[in-house]
Write a protein that binds this ligand. Structure first.
Ligand SMILES: NC(=O)c1ccc[n+]([C@@H]2O[C@H](COP(=O)([O-])OP(=O)(O)OC[C@H]3O[C@@H](n4cnc5c(N)ncnc54)[C@H](OP(=O)(O)O)[C@@H]3O)[C@@H](O)[C@H]2O)c1
Length: 330
């Protein structure tokens, strides 16, 4: 890893990670046809060589093979990182099962325990560095989930735990039982709904791992209203930002970023990540890409410096814009 790159810390856990993590989901889930297994494994391993030490997966990132068997994203991550296991931080998640007719949420203690054992097997490791509850299960109190996670920490099966898509009340209640190292919430220039949570994260010393930090790739400027995505297998085919209206609404932002990028020698995608990296020291974006040059480009966003004034200027611009975006309420 480039020694000049400053690592970030996962809240109270003290676990250090590269400032930009690799979201591994897209290799086999949600962004079109899955990448061929060996290629995906090679790419994830190359990311480590570039400087990434933080890798994100989940038990529900799966793909159904033509013979009906299931391929697990966790297996790709485990295979890719086996040789460097002690130098990387692997995050995975439990609590969502995809089923015909919709996803099923289950965070009961029995399910958490069964899931952690299966994930350990698929990852080929005897501990998970950061274990998230992927979605809040309304049937299970946060104290119960936190207590189970606390037991797993004591047993050495996980080093720290986190919650994905949580708000303040649930986080506070869970954190009071077993300190939460990180939350993983949707956060990007076009999805800023969790900014009111920042003071709470600061008070509790919890990191924000930002998922879909480039607005599902939209902020890279690599796509336009003529771009097409495979219906069903590529979720972008039904994301509101990828519509004619979405591109029109974002025009002013994209041309502002493009001009700023010219001054800084950065791409618009890099600026979308640098904006959050420079905003708060506890934000860790985990962009996802299946392409080597983009994985490197995204990592290098941690070298792009933005002043407080530049961040403020971008925020002011975003404040007066309404850009439709997947997963957010406008
Ligand atoms: N906790 C949760 O509920 C949750 C939900 C969603 C995602 N996640 C995690 O967050 C990670 C990242 O989120 P995400 O993949 O949804 O969104 P993202 O990182 O904002 O965008 C990914 C998309 O952007 C494209 N892309 C990436 N870098 C690019 C570049 N430099 N230039 C042009 N296009 C680029 C990728 O295509 P190519 O692959 O073709 O480059 C991919 O389609 C996931 O991998 C997953 O680990 C978590």
């Amino acid at each position: 890893m480039n020694t000049e790159i400053k690592t970030r810390v996962l809240g109270n856990s003290g676990i250090s990670v590269s400032p930009v993590g690799l979201g591994c989901m897209g290799f086999s889930h949600a962004y079109g046809e899955p990448t061929e297994k060996n290629t995906a494994v090679k790419m994830i391993r190359k990311a480590f060589d570039m400087g990434y030490t933080f890798f994100d997966t989940a038990e529900c990132y799966t793909d159904v093979n033509p013979d009906g068997s299931i391929s697990y994203n966790e297996e790709l991550v485990g295979d890719a990182l086996r040789e460097v296991r002690d130098r990387v931080v692997i995050a995975t998640k439990m609590g969502i099962t995809f089923a015909p007719g919709g996803s099923v949420l289950d965070s009961s203690p029995a399910k958490i325990r069964a899931s952690v054992e299966s994930s350990l097997k698929r990852l080929g490791t005897d501990y998970i560095d950061l274990y998230y509850q992927h979605r809040i299960d309304p049937k299970v109190e946060p104290e119960v989930v936190a207590d189970t996670m606390g037991q797993l920490i004591k047993e050495g099966k996980i080093r720290a735990w986190g919650i994905s898509e949580t708000g303040e009340e649930y986080l506070r209640r869970a954190n009071a039982v077993t300190p939460v190292a990180a939350i993983q919430n949707r956060y990007s220039m076009i999805a800023r709904g969790y900014e009111p949570l920042f003071p709470v994260l600061e008070e509790l010393n919890v990191a924000l791992v930002a998922f879909s930090p480039m607005g599902n790739g939209f902020l890279t400027g690599a796509y336009n209203s003529s771009s097409t995505f495979a219906e069903g297998v590529d979720y972008r085919s039904r994301m509101p930002q990828y519509t004619k209206e979405g591109f029109e609404a974002a025009q002013e932002l994209m041309s502002f970023l493009s001009k700023l990028g010219d001054q800084k020698g950065a791409t618009t995608g890099q600026l979308s990540l640098a904006w959050m990296l420079n905003k708060k020291p506890y934000i860790i974006p985990i962009p996802g890409s299946r392409k080597e040059h983009r994985i490197l480009e995204n990592f290098d966003s941690c070298q792009v410096e933005l002043s407080a004034e530049e961040i403020h200027q971008i925020d002011e611009l975003l404040d007066r814009m309404v850009i439709p975006a997947y997963g957010t309420k406008q």
